[in-house]
Ligand binder design. Structure first.
Ligand SMILES: [Zn+2]
Length: 192
């Protein structure tokens, strides 16, 4: 079983210098507009995934407010758009489950529900957990604003069977560096 994460416009920084530390807010709120299309996840799966994803972000001081488009627009703040669809998406790595555009966040995030089900098997208890992790992984790409992956945790480029087993017990964590990137305390373009 292979899982890959496609990030179009991939431009990995070549620099290996020490990350530049900048000050960011101590906590932040992100509004996520979630839309489903076609035969997407059922209400129970979606609610579990939303709750789990929010808990994962809460662990690093990020509050996620889920809203339908047009709702919850903050006066100033971050609004991200996330689509879950089973409509075939062409032009993407066949092993990818979702794609995001860290350098063009207005294009939104698309989770390919049909592919996710193919990985888990419909009805598997992994389905809502994997959906949560896919959401968090792609949202993090956009929040970090840079195309990069970590060696461990939710921002790994490829999850293994061991990672899936871990997801069944508890959510995969963020690395400290990913948390710092999300909070804007370090410059990801100079990350390793
Ligand atoms: Zn990724």
């Amino acid at each position: 079983m292979r899982t890959a994460w496609m990030v179009p416009l991939m431009v990995l920084g070549a620099g290996l210098g020490t990350a530049r530390v900048i000050l960011g807010p101590p906590d932040m709120t992100v509004v996520v507009h979630l839309q489903t299309a076609g035969r997407g996840p059922g209400a129970d799966v979606l609610e579990y995934a939303r709750r789990t994803a929010a808990g994962m972000f809460a662990s690093i001081g990020v509050r996620v407010a889920w809203a339908a488009p047009g709702e919850g627009e903050p006066a100033n703040g971050l609004v991200l758009h996330l689509y879950v669809t089973d409509r075939p998406q062409t032009g993407h790595d066949p092993a990818a489950l979702a794609f995001a555009y860290p350098y063009a966040p207005e294009k939104g995030i698309t989770v390919m529900w049909d592919r996710l089900l193919a990985v888990c098997g419909s009805g598997s208890e992994l389905v809502p957990r994997l959906l949560a992790h896919v959401m968090v992984h792609e949202l993090t790409h956009v929040l970090e604003g840079v195309s990069r992956h970590s060696d461990t945790g939710v921002m790994k480029a490829h999850w293994t069977a061991g990672d899936y087993s871990e997801m069944m017990r508890k959510p995969l964590p963020f690395t400290d560096f990913d948390a710092e990137l999300i909070h804007g305390r370090v410059d990801g373009t100079r990350a390793n």
